[in-house]
Design a protein. Sequence first.
Length: 91
Amino acid sequence: MLREADLGLLRASLKADDLDVLLVPAVEAMPVYRHRFILVPDTCGLTTFTSQLFHSNDLTLRTYPGEAASYHGLDTWEAWGWARPFCPAPR
C-alpha cells in the first residue's frame, strides 16, 4: 500500500509499526528564491497592503513567482519546510 500524508503522521505511523517503510524524497533548497515573499490571492487586501507598504518605503518586494492558494496553503508549505509564513493573527 502506498500512502501520502504529513511527514509527522507518517513518522508516528512508522514508530507505531503501522508502516513497514517510509520513503521521503530529497528536496534541495532553491537558493534563487531565498528571502522571497510568497503571496496569496488578494481576497482580503493583505497582498495589496504588503505591496503598497514596500513601495511607499522605496523597498523592493521580491516575490516568489507563484502564489499559495490560501493561508492554509502557506501552513502546508511551512509544514513541508518550503516556507516560513508570517500572517496576521486570526480575529
